[in-house]
Design a protein. Structure first.
Length: 524
């Protein structure tokens, strides 16, 4: 018998994505289907999501389980989101998609309704709440990049709605498991625990994609969350005198997962636990580390239509065409020396400050750098300055471009990931798949997915990349030096590339582990 899972998240590729969370949530339905798990993804009704439904993704809708909401129209256009077509929002009878599955006349202060559609062939539910989501900007902030002041209410309402849906508020709906992702859905397990629906509540799983992002707010918001007073406690939603959304999910969920075994161990310590290490240690027996996979239908160099030249492990010479395209796209001098690439947020966590300092040493080794990313203003300026100082050797494109990120993996020789902490990471997995050798800090999922090219691993033919300890100037420069030395030996470099491309970086193993976890929870 198939298990029914409601996967609750603020992002899911290809509808909305700001980072790895969107990739993972978008891939889970297909990853779990072979193991008898039917995943329904639950998303906020951002303009891009509603536009996708308007464009024809919506299924025939059933009659609403309740009625009577009065709403208002909403239409938002913002960076990173497709323009929304006109829609009636939560007003009764005004939506072009047919009757909603459910209506909330007052969802923590605003009307909302539940719409149905598809995402990559799998079922999608969308919370259409114009008061919360129909606005210019990104999923979490305004066009200037400032967080929305009411994010606490937006994502509390989202979590409350998810708990209602998972708990049987929609006639004919039944879910065995609610799977919440990151702080934006962290209150959903808490609502099921402290303010459950009338019917039996499902089991709950809380996944930490990055414990640094916690959703911490002042205690004054608690009165507006529609939770009983007893929930504001150390074993509830209270967190250092305020309200913690991720903390609430970790405290309330039946099981906790994070996105690599090493990160599951790291977050037990103050260095990585970000204040939640005590809670994680107390619930350690319920914590699992499951490495993310990648969607091999999207990330496959032999089938990637965005590339000038497609290739596989047997035809690596074709990568040269892609390398020339990278040189052109980033205004790099043509040459046979290695190109290192970076596809990253430009932040301290990602070690970009250390990389900025190491650029002269990289150039001195005869290497070039192609960087795609955005983030802290001072780091963006540091890389712009480096490109001006080393024209033809350093190329920088600020922002994000999905097609360009594919080209970088397909045409660069190595990808630099000097993260100070990295729960899992996906770019190193893309690098492995594309023969773009990962050069990574030994932390979190980077440590779990890359085999360091030491003498033994090279002799055995199993090395897939380069790891280094402690993110310092000296260690990063040493890793770059090792990479350039290995690159100079063409046969050995190709051996590393082919070993990486042969690795299993699909969702097969991870999907099986999630399915097993769900069944263990239900059996318990």
């Amino acid at each position: 018998m198939a298990l029914s899972v409601l996967s609750v998240a603020s992002e899911a590729y290809p509808l909305v994505k700001t980072g790895g969370l969107g990739d993972v949530v978008g891939a889970l339905p297909a990853a779990l289907a072979p193991y008898g798990v039917e995943v329904t993804t639950f998303l906020p009704g951002y303009p891009r999501v509603l536009a996708a439904l308007e464009a024809g993704a919506a299924k025939p809708a059933r009659a609403p389980a309740n009625a009577g909401a009065q709403g208002r129209e909403g239409d938002a256009r913002g960076p990173g989101l497709l323009p929304a077509q006109e829609h009636g929002g939560a007003g009764e009878g005004s939506h072009a998609l047919g009757a909603p599955l459910h209506r909330w006349p007052d969802l923590l202060g605003a009307p909302a309704q539940l719409l149905e559609g598809e995402i990559a062939g799998h079922r999608l539910l969308v919370l259409d709440a114009p008061g919360y989501f129909a606005r210019e900007g990104g999923p979490y902030g305004d066009p200037a990049g400032r967080d929305w002041d009411d994010n606490w209410r937006r994502f509390a309402a989202f979590a409350r709605a998810a708990a209602d849906v998972a708990g049987g508020a929609v006639a004919g709906e039944r879910f065995d498991v609610l799977h919440a992702h990151d702080w934006q859905s962290g209150l959903a397990p808490a609502y099921l625990r402290f303010a459950p629906p009338a019917s039996d509540a499902p089991r709950t799983v809380m996944t930490i994609h990055n414990i640094a992002f916690q959703g911490r707010y002042d205690a004054g918001i608690f009165a507006s969350l529609a939770l009983p007073a007893l929930a504001f406690a150390v074993d509830g939603v209270e967190y250092y005198g305020g309200v913690g959304y991720l903390k609430a999910g970790l405290e309330s969920a039946d099981a906790i997962t994070t996105v690599s075994p090493t990160y599951a161990r790291e977050i037990l310590s103050p260095d990585f636990g970000m204040g939640l290490e005590g809670l994680i240690r107390a619930r350690q027996r319920r914590v699992s580390g499951i490495v993310n996979g990648i969607d091999t239908a999207v990330w496959s160099p032999s089938a990637d239509t965005s590339l000038p030249a497609r290739y596989d492990a047997a035809t690596l010479a074709r990568r040269a065409t892609n390398k020339r395209a990278v040189e052109e796209a980033f205004d790099l001098d043509a040459g046979d020396g290695p190109i290192f690439c970076v596809v990253s947020r430009l932040t301290w966590q990602k070690g970009m400050d250390v990389l900025a300092d190491a650029i002269p040493a990289l150039v001195e080794r005869g290497a070039r750098l192609a960087l795609l990313g955005s983030g802290d203003a001072w780091l963006e300026q540091a890389f712009r300055d480096a490109a001006a100082r080393f024209p033809g050797q350093i190329g920088v494109r600020l922002g994000y471009d999905e097609a360009l990120s594919h080209l970088l993996q397909a045409g660069s020789d190595a990808i630099l990931i000097p993260s100070r902490f990295e729960p899992c990471g996906l770019t190193q997995l893309y690098g492995l798949a594309y023969g773009c050798v990962p050069v990574v800090a030994r932390t979190g999922g980077l440590a779990d997915t890359v085999i360091h090219a030491n003498a033994a691993a090279l002799a055995a033919g199993v090395a897939t990349g380069i790891q280094f300890d402690t993110v310092t100037y000296e260690s990063l420069v040493g890793a770059i030096a090792l990479a350039t030395d290995l690159y100079a030996d063409a046969a050995r470099w190709e051996q590393i590339q082919r070993a990486g491309m042969a690795a299993d970086f699909s969702w097969a193993t991870s999907g099986r582990r999630y399915a097993s976890l769900y069944r263990e929870l239900l059996a318990a």
